[in-house]
Design a protein around this ligand. Structure first.
Ligand SMILES: [Zn+2]
Length: 449
């Protein structure tokens, strides 16, 4: 199938046409020979390289009641993603070649985004002994990122060995930085709000101490470290220091840590929603000052990447008392809109900056060579079209995820994904999922097409 997208702005530049043929961008320019191509009107739309998520929980195998590779892939495509890295905390854990190959195969079968499995660092995420990193790396899934996410690789000797091991094939350890002995019994960010609410605190230092330690370990062994979901102003300063020192460190921030704070837990946005477990997440929502520092760090590049930490949960795991609720939030279908709301514009990011942090940089870190390319002749036609002028209201019932635990329910957000292409094949058109699998609407439709 051949497509031409007309009058579209690539990364905010003056409008042009994009011709897609045989899976690649064939031509960019005006007055192209359309020769029987399907025409999509791109007037008012921005074209970005397909988004890449370094941190997605797809829950399959094991918790298919919360999400599957297929439903998570559909949510990803609707959010503008063309590749997602699937975290290893499934059941069974993705700590062998067999499990990562299973997830990889399920992703290919769904065919909506490239699902790149992340391998566990330790057997069963138990923190006791190294998993089979080498066999996962040489498996058909070609694993390059390893993480015990959900758990911290707390033992410094094991962390050192993992860093040394992956250095051989330019792999990276993605650390969930949380010193467990400082967060026992934690329910939310430790501070003035947790004291007022009488909930156990998760102190910033439990994150910052692990990041500092791991940065020094990465320097010592000359390996790559990636820091998952950075959540505090202090962490930003440590990462800034480590980068200035030449340490091979990259970092991600989630949309929810850019926007929401511990005051949200106390009901600042809506008193009726105080203690709503939908706001329970790990690491916890921090202070307004932390969120401001994270936004600034994303803009100035100390934080390289926006990653969703998309964490679907079954109803019974989330709609219960705060204390018993599982931590985590949906993120794939709202990430771009939250980043646009928080960071696009004067003093913030332009579209090129958003493309860097949501596509190019994560593609580089994950080693996904087919992703993260600006639309230009010869590159894979793996891109997303966004309507920056659209506004939409988040309706949990209309999300493609199996789960409903979005913290943005009822919120009006800017920017909608209108279309997504994976190697020249549309996975989303008119804001709706397309393809062999049951289409799902994103809501009130989009523009174009
Ligand atoms: Zn985590």
């Amino acid at each position: 199938m051949t497509y031409v997208i007309t009058d579209v702005s690539i990364l905010g530049r003056p409008p042009t046409d994009i011709l897609i043929r045989d899976g690649v961008v064939a031509e960019v320019g005006t007055g192209l020979d359309r020769g029987g191509a399907e025409v999509l009107d791109g007037t008012g739309l921005v074209a970005l390289p397909g988004l890449v998520d370094l941190h997605t929980h797809l829950r399959e195998p094991g918790r298919e009641d919360a999400e599957t590779v297929l439903t998570g892939s559909r949510a990803a495509a609707l959010g503008g993603y063309t590749a997602v890295c699937a975290m290893a905390n499934t059941s069974p854990v993705a700590d062998t070649a067999g499990v990562v190959e299973q997830v990889y195969r399920l992703g290919r079968e769904a065919g909506l985004v490239d699902v790149q499995p992340i391998g566990a660092v330790t057997v069963g995420l138990a923190g006791g002994s190294l998993a089979e990193l080498g066999t996962m790396a040489t498996s058909a899934a070609r694993v390059r990122i390893f993480s015990d996410d959900g758990h911290c690789v707390a033992d410094p000797r094991l962390m050192r060995r993992a860093l040394e091991y992956v250095r051989a094939f330019d792999g990276v350890i993605a650390q969930h930085a949380e010193e467990p002995r400082l967060t026992a019994g934690a329910q939310m960010h430790e501070g003035e709000v947790s004291a007022r609410l009488g909930l156990g605190g998760w102190p910033a230092v439990a994150e910052e101490a692990v990041i500092a330690r791991d940065a020094l370990l990465a320097e010592h062994v000359g390996a790559r470290l990636h820091v998952c979901h950075v959540s505090t102003a202090g962490s930003v300063e440590i990462i800034r220091w480590a980068k200035a020192r030449g340490i091979r460190i990259t970092a991600e921030v989630t949309p929810h840590h850019l926007l929401l704070t511990d005051e949200t837990v106390a009901g600042s946005g809506d008193p009726a929603r105080a203690y709503d477990p939908v706001f329970k997440v790990n690491p916890p929502l921090r202070t307004a000052a932390d969120a401001a520092a994270l936004r600034a760090a994303l803009v100035d590049g100390v934080i390289d990447v926006v990653a969703t930490d998309h964490a679907p949960h079954a109803v019974e795991d989330k709609e219960c008392e705060w204390e018993y609720a599982r931590p985590g939030m949906l993120g794939l279908q709202t990430a771009l809109s939250v980043v646009v709301a928080q960071c696009l514009g004067d003093g913030g990011l332009d579209w090129d900056g958003i493309a860097e942090r949501m596509s190019r940089a994560p593609a580089r870190i994950a080693g996904l060579a087919e992703h993260g390319h600006d639309p230009a002749p010869g590159v894979p036609a793996t891109l997303t079209l966004v309507d920056p002028a659209a506004r939409w209201r988040v309706d949990p019932g209309e999300l493609a995820s199996k789960a409903r635990n979005t913290p943005y329910a009822g919120m009006e957000l800017p920017a909608r994904v209108v279309a997504t292409f994976l190697r020249g094949v549309p996975t989303v058109l008119d804001g709706k999922a397309v393809g062999a699998h049951a289409p799902t609407t994103t809501g009130d439709g989009g523009v174009g097409g």
